[in-house]
Design a protein around this ligand. Sequence first.
Ligand code: GSH
Length: 206
Amino acid sequence: MIDLYFWITDNGYKARQMIEETGLAHNLKPVELPKREQFSPEFMKISPGHKIPALVDDDGPGGAAVTLFESGAILKYLAEKSGGGLYPDDPAERVIVDQWLFYGSATFTTHAQQLGLFTLRFPEDVPQAKKHYADQYRDMCGIFDRRLADSEYLAGDEYTIADIAVYPDVHVHKSYGIGIDEWTNLRRWHDAIRARPAALRAWGPY
Ligand SMILES: N[C@@H](CCC(=O)N[C@@H](CS)C(=O)NCC(=O)O)C(=O)O
């Protein structure tokens, strides 16, 4: 059984959306960040950087228990464990998935989080920072839109873990004060993912 350590944040939803897609049996373990539960010694044995998402699988590779943090690593792990097709076997297709997966995890979400920080949580109004990160976010929406003009999903014709790595920070665009209707391909991609049964379950009650 998999224990998935989660909170209602962009990275948390990536892992939850993925595990819903796979259908793998799991326990959802909320880690309430506002209560600083991520700093508990028990949780930090699993995620030493005190970040969700994380997981513990008592039936990991070779049958041994495994602990794992970092959303991108979790998406790859769950895809390979489930064999459900969200991460292709073909090496040529994998490099495309990896490219957009890492772009989503390392570049897009990292900037979107800073936009969220300065828009929603920072105690002072810092207009330059808000503008800088809003410009970055909009630039990346344009990058996704141009990619999605040529391809149904980010890595090609099929929905993959690369899409799951990007979707949450597009889905919460309104909370960042940004509309996405001007990017028609991104809007089409977003609405198709939003309608997936696994996504509806993942963004529902926990
Ligand atoms: N690169 C990491 C980022 C994870 C991350 O930023 N997690 C945030 C919530 S979205 C967190 O747990 N923050 C709590 C903390 O840093 O104490 C990933 O992709 O999993």
